[in-house]
Design a protein around this ligand. Structure first.
Ligand SMILES: NC(=O)C1=CN([C@@H]2O[C@H](COP(=O)(O)OP(=O)(O)OC[C@H]3O[C@@H](n4cnc5c(N)ncnc54)[C@H](OP(=O)(O)O)[C@@H]3O)[C@@H](O)[C@H]2O)[C@@H](O)CC1
Ligand SMILES: [K+]
Length: 478
């Protein structure tokens, strides 16, 4: 698991640790890691040009000390001081003692433009808002110059706690972060600016994270594996209420996702039966209403359902069932909030940003800019587990104390028609296999993203479904 903690949690852990260590020890640990990564990015240190853009805080201090380390190894290091009178004094002295030099911001543009490597030590977890004009201009010159930009702790200008970006921010090639990931390094729009993120341990003892990201090993532990005795009913039956005679495609895609999620059987209910059977003859198809379809261990309702009276009744019926329910697409528009809140079995909602915006009564842009807030607010509002789709898919539990999961396997290729239908079916299947809602949603998001990556390139939604078994093998081996 990869964990991200809030600024407050980092500050608390830092305070406790600093009380036990000699002054400056933590900054030296940070600077050592920063210099190692800088050297790796440079390949050869001797004779290379390094610029250290330093603000007034400890983030600048880290960068100045790292610059000093590279200067001692023969790099030509120049600090560009944004606030010369308030620069980290000991860090600056170390750099000058090591043979580096320092200039003010006015001379900085030429320095950063020529550098092979630029450290962004403008601001770290003490930052507020976007870059100020002078820093923004310098970093534009750095990018134009073509040297590698290494962000110290986080790209300056992003919000460490939320991943929001108010104004301009640094676009880094690499970010070296200290002690723990920060939510903003994992959640877009900020995550996209961080480049490749390296975590440098500095010995912080941290409590519960704010955000976490599953890794392969976590997923292997979560996914159900059939045992010798498992028959199809023990593995779980998932019911899919999706599609219609007019839109059978969503039904086929949701069923294809469900069939590959480990459930023992898939029941399909709706007008898309012939299309579903043509593609997936193993499906148990019924054309009545959900309550007549036979027992299931979880329901998926919504993709391509339309919004007529029959669809509305189907959603209400499914929500009244005492098994886990996933609501997607048209189902999100048709469900009643009270019905969702009244449920005792788990509910999973899987909106994209536009659907989330409609449910929250916000603009879509606002949801996209503040994804962490949006997913938490929705989970609380509906008392449900919410999977917010997008460039960094998030999963929030109804209990705000539970860390939000961010999916690390996404790819832009997934923004394709019908891929959400596959995800719904897959998640439903994991719910039927009795995974807890948050695990089912985040494991499905992970497999779905990995399946898309394995297809390598432009893809249709059915390709994602067809690659799920390979993604599963990739995670679990064999
Ligand atoms: N925690 C740990 O365990 C460890 C932390 N370490 C390091 O310390 C860093 C945190 O240092 P920090 O607390 O000194 O704050 P920091 O981010 O340097 O900013 C400070 C000043 O920046 C300014 N400023 C604010 N917004 C701005 C903006 N938009 N644009 C421009 N300037 C802006 C503002 O000053 P102002 O100009 O407003 O007076 C503020 O006072 C952390 O990220 C990590 O790198 C490591 O050394 C190892 C252990
Ligand atoms: K920074």
């Amino acid at each position: 698991m990869r964990y991200a903690h809030t600024v407050q949690a980092v500050r608390d852990a830092e305070g406790a640790l600093m009380a036990r260590l000699p002054e400056g020890a933590l900054m030296q640990r940070a600077a050592a890691g920063l210099a190692v990564v800088g050297a790796r990015v440079l390949g050869r240190v001797y004779g290379r040009r390094v610029a250290v853009v330093a603000g007034s805080g400890s983030n600048g201090g880290d960068a100045l000390y790292a610059g000093a380390r590279l200067a001692r190894r023969g790099a030509g290091v120049t600090a560009v001081l944004l606030a010369p009178e308030r620069a980290h004094a000991a860090g600056l002295r170390a750099l000058l003692d090591a043979g580096g030099r320092a200039v003010g911001a006015a001379e900085g543009a030429a320095v950063v433009a020529r550098a092979d490597l630029v450290y962004d030590g403008i601001v770290g977890i003490g930052g507020k808002g976007g870059l100020r004009a002078e820093a923004a201009e310098l970093m534009r010159a750095a990018r134009a110059g073509g040297g590698a930009v290494v962000a110290v702790d986080l790209p300056s200008g992003v919000d460490a706690d939320t991943g929001e970006v108010a104004g301009e921010a640094v676009r880094a090639d690499v970010t070296v972060t200290f002690g723990t990931y920060k939510p903003g390094l994992l959640i877009d729009p900020a995550a996209e600016l961080a480049g490749a993120v390296t975590l440098v341990g500095i010995g912080l003892e941290l409590g519960a994270p704010e955000v976490e990201a599953l890794q392969h090993a976590d997923l292997a532990g979560l996914l159900p594996r059939p045992s010798g005795e498992s028959d199809k009913y023990r593995r779980g039956v998932v019911g899919v209420v999706a599609g219609s005679d007019r839109y059978p495609g969503a039904a086929v895609l949701a069923v294809s996702g469900a069939l590959r999620g480990g459930a023992g059987a898939v029941r399909y209910v709706g007008g898309g039966g012939p299309a579903v059977l043509a593609r997936h003859p193993e499906t148990l198809v019924s054309s009545g209403s959900p309550h007549e379809a036979g027992r299931v261990q979880a329901w998926v309702v919504g993709p391509g359902l339309g919004d007529d009276a029959r669809a509305r009744t189907a959603v209400a019926e499914v929500l009244a069932a005492d098994v886990p329910v996933l609501v997607d697409a048209d189902g999100l528009r048709l469900m009643s909030r009270d019905a969702v809140r009244a449920r005792t079995a788990a509910t999973v909602l899987t909106p994209h940003a536009g659907e989330a915006a409609a449910l929250l009564g916000r603009a879509r842009e606002e949801v996209e800019a503040s994804r962490l807030t949006a997913v938490r607010d929705l989970a609380e509002l509906f008392g449900a587990t919410v999977l917010l789709k997008g460039s960094t898919t998030l999963v929030a539990a109804p209990d705000p104390a539970v860390p939000v999961r961010v999916n690390p396997t996404g790819t832009a290729w997934l923004a394709t028609a019908g891929s959400g239908d596959v995800l719904s079916g897959l998640t439903g299947s994991l719910l039927a296999a009795r995974l807890p809602a948050r695990d089912a949603a985040s494991a499905a998001g992970y497999l779905h993203g990995l399946a898309a990556r394995l297809t390598e390139g432009p893809l249709a939604a059915m390709d994602v479904a067809e690659s799920i078994p390979e993604a599963w093998r990739n995670v679990c081996g064999g």
